[in-house]
Design a protein around this ligand. Sequence first.
Ligand code: HEC
Length: 101
Amino acid sequence: MKNIVFIASLCLLIGCDPPKDQESGCSGETGAALFEEHCAACHGEAGEGIDSLGDITEAVATLGATALMDQILEGGNGMQPIALCETDAEILVEWIQKEGL
Ligand code: HEC
């Protein structure tokens, strides 16, 4: 019981902040969900593109993680930057490379 009072007053004193990721605007979603949400509209469910546009399967196989991060966060080749926090972008890049779109 004493512990609960102690923790409660500690929260009052320093504030019980949400975890860091929530503060920085990261979604904390899985790579699959992030791709579906932010990429599939233009690149298709598996990166195959839509109507012969936006096939990124080859680019994904040849680009490294850094280039993929840049492509997502800064855009390029006619693609607008995608509004993702860095952690989400890293999760997404790892998923893209592991799943081998
Ligand atoms: C609004 C449409 C749109 C969205 C959303 C989008 N892209 Fe793109 N993307 C493009 C276009 C257009 C190109 C360039 C033309 C092409 O490759 O067909 C491109 C190109 C790329 C390339 C190839 C770059 C190269 O060097 O050849 C990669 C990789 C890529 N996008 C990844 C992503 C990822 C990952 C996401 C999700 C975070 C995403 N894109 C979201 C439109 C989009």
